[in-house]
Structure formats: C-alpha cells, structure tokens
Design a protein around this ligand. Structure first.
Ligand SMILES: [Zn+2]
Ligand SMILES: [Zn+2]
Length: 412
C-alpha cells in the first residue's frame, strides 16, 4: 500500500469513526497498519488508533501503539514525530496511573530538539505532566505545570487545550478544597465549549459537565450536581466513552451517599468498579473504596469500613497518591477512636501526620492547613499556594515564601 492509498484509507477510517462506527474504523486502520509501506502514513494511522483506544479506555493497547509510534519516528529520524510519540506514551502511562513514568516521558518531550511543530505540543506535554503530579499529590508542581500549559494555550490561541486545562484545574481545587475555584474553572471550560466548540468532539462538553458536577456536589448543590452528571453520562454513553462513564457512575454514587441514600449508592459504586477495573484506572478504584467506606461508616459498620479502607490504602500506596492515603488514615483514626482501640489509633495518627508533612499542605503565611476545609486559596506565579485572606493582608510585594517578585496573581 503506497502513500496515496494509505492516506485515502486513513480518511475513510476517520469518517467511520466520526459517525460512531468505531469497530469498522478500527478494522480499516488496522489493515492500513499491516499493509502500508509509507512510514509517515504508518505514524499517522498509529495516532488514530491511539486516540480511539484512549477514548474506549483500552489503555494497554494505547501504550502499545505509542511505543510503535516511537519506533517509527526513530526509523524516520524525525524529532517532531518522536516528540509526538513520547507525548502519546506519557498520556498512556498517565491513564494507567503510572505517574512517575508519565513525568519522565514528559521530560523527554520537553528536552527534545524539535522544530516549531513539536514546540506546539509543549502545552499538551505540560498538561499531562500536571495531571501526573496531581496523581502523586504534588500540588505545587501540578499547579506550575498547569500554569505553563495555560500560557501555551493562550499564546497559540488553542481553545481546546485551554478547555482541558480548566477541567484539570477544577480537579486540583476539588482536592485542595477551594470549591469556588473548583466550580469556576469547569464553568469556564463549558463557556469555551459554547463559544468555540461547535466543531469539537462532544467529549469536551461532557468533560466540563462532569467536573462541574463534582464541584456542585462538594458545594452541596445536589440537584445541580445531578443534572450536570446526567448530561455528561448521556454523552459518555452515546460515544462509548468507558472512562467517563466510570467517573460519572462514581459521582452518582457519591451524590447518593451525600443524600444518605446508601441503598442507591452501593450499586453505582459497584458498576463504577466494574469499568474502573476493566480499564485499569486504579486511582478511580481507590476513590470508590473510600466512598464505600464512608457508606459503611454511615451505617456504623466499622469492620466493613476498615476492610474498604485497607483496599483503598493498598491501591493508593501502589500508585503513590498521598492524598488518598491521608484520607484513609484520617478515617481509620476516627474508627479506632470509636472502637477504643488505642494501639491501632496511635499507629493511624502517626501515619496521618506523616502524610500531612509530606504533602506540605499549609499556608506559607499563617502556617495553618490548606485543603482541610472549604477555603478560598490563591496561587502566585511561583505556584506557592496561600489562603486568599492571608495574601490580602500581606501588603508587601513578592511571594512570602520564596520572595519572588510580582504579586500579580497567576492564571490559577
Ligand atoms: Zn494562611
Ligand atoms: Zn513563591
């Protein structure tokens, strides 16, 4: 199969894929991959296969195709293709919760000496890197990466990238418990979809609705949370987007739990768990176990709650997600206190304090904690995070922590 025919067949696959005939599209592309003699075409068709498998949640296949892309790029000795290959590898590892690998792949991308083409990918690289740091609960570096990604998005007028970064920012502020910002950023993403997204894939709309829903739930606006989550789920079902379906199911379960309706919560946690296991989202699985544990706590069933917490801890430890471990120790502490088991209680307190220290979740001005309750936060351009109210009393110029100048608040 020569260059022209390869190109035609790739286009044919794309048309099928866009009209939701995914299986047929995959058949066409796989055939191109076997038959083509054009390395550039091979690279492109691998890219199509990567996108499709990513959306289906088939991350191991995605990883395999990313590695094939890197091999092809090496044969062609093309630095731009090589950067793109590594970006796809980073994304595959991110989806598989291999966050340390993601960070190292991203660094490889950023160190590559490509042309302006690969420089345009830098924004996406920074986004993936930010997501990986967030997966490891390294909040400051995550913010720093998101800030860079946003700058690339603005400089290149890349609204899709901006939309994705806004969703990730929503996610980080959920974890830091600044729920006002956690809602602001996905709302911004939804606005971008409305203003510019007529030709975009509906998944952008679905993504922003999902992140809005989580923020609404945290703000205890449960009917709004339900509405956004239903909208997101509808699109995820239409598109066969398994990863988003899993997230929506988890969020539905959490909404029902917030309403103290654990009869409705449990089956949704179970459905979410099926998909999370199928796609290999271990962080999602850990979050489900946390939710299930909280349900058992509502019933004061301590043994079952502890069992769930242990599963969450194993997963979180494997991934390296410190925030999830902190939550496990915090909840376990409460249980052992209620049970009057002093020795176990002490062990959990020690582990909890260790997590707090490692997470460095405190305000550089007042020294009080960040992320313990809903409080407005402000990150400076250096990405140091403070209570908004503390910064407002600061008066002087420069960051109180690292003394870098410019008090102009960053994008985040
Ligand atoms: Zn403070
Ligand atoms: Zn600073």
């Amino acid at each position: 199969m020569g260059q022209d025919q390869t190109k035609q067949q790739i286009e044919k696959g794309l048309k099928l894929y866009q009209s939701n005939e995914t299986e047929k599209a995959l058949q066409v592309w796989t055939k191109v991959l076997e038959k083509t003699s054009d390395p550039g075409g091979k690279f492109r068709v691998l890219g199509c296969l990567i996108t499709a498998h990513s959306e289906m949640g088939k991350y191991k296949e995605m990883l395999k195709y990313a590695l094939a892309q890197i091999d092809t790029a090496r044969e062609m000795e093309d630095p731009d293709y090589l950067t793109e290959g590594y970006l796809n590898l980073a994304r595959s590892n991110e989806k598989l919760c291999e966050f340390h690998k993601t960070i190292s792949d991203c660094k490889t991308c950023l160190n590559m000496q490509g042309t302006t083409v690969s420089l345009q990918l830098n924004g996406q690289v920074c986004l993936s890197m930010g997501n990986a740091f967030l997966g490891l609960s390294v909040f400051q570096k995550a913010l720093e990466s998101y800030e860079k990604a946003l700058r690339y998005a603005h400089n290149n007028d890349d609204k899709m990238l901006e939309c994705r970064v806004c969703c990730s920012l929503g996610n980080i502020y959920i974890q830091l418990k600044d729920y006002e910002k956690a809602l602001f950023f996905p709302c911004k993403a939804a606005e971008l979809v409305n203003d510019y997204g007529k030709s975009w894939s509906l998944k952008y709309r679905a993504m922003s609705q999902y992140h809005m829903s989580v923020a609404y739930r945290k703000l205890e606006r449960l009917p709004d949370a339900m509405e956004c989550c239903e909208e997101s789920m509808k699109i995820a079902l239409q598109h066969g987007d398994r990863p988003l379906q899993a997230l929506c199911l988890l969020n539905f379960a959490d909404i029902h739990r917030c309403r103290n309706d654990i009869e409705k919560a449990f089956p949704r946690y179970e459905s979410a768990m099926c998909i999370m296991t199928e796609i290999g989202n271990r962080l999602g699985q850990a979050q489900i176990f946390l939710g299930v544990a909280k349900c058992w706590l509502l019933h004061k069933d301590y043994p079952k709650a502890l069992e769930s917490l242990q599963r969450a801890e194993e997963l979180a430890e494997g991934i390296g997600n410190k925030l999830c471990m902190l939550k496990v120790h915090c909840l376990s502490e409460g249980i052992f206190r209620s049970l009057g088991q002093q020795e176990e209680l002490r062990e959990q307190v020690v582990k909890f304090l260790q997590c707090v220290e490692e997470l460095e979740l405190y305000c550089g001005m007042c020294g009080e904690s960040i992320g313990e309750k809903d409080q407005q936060l402000q990150a400076l351009p250096c990405s140091h995070i403070f209570h908004l109210k503390c910064l407002q009393t600061n008066g002087t110029k420069g960051c109180p922590k690292c003394c870098r100048s410019s008090m102009k608040p960053g994008f985040v």
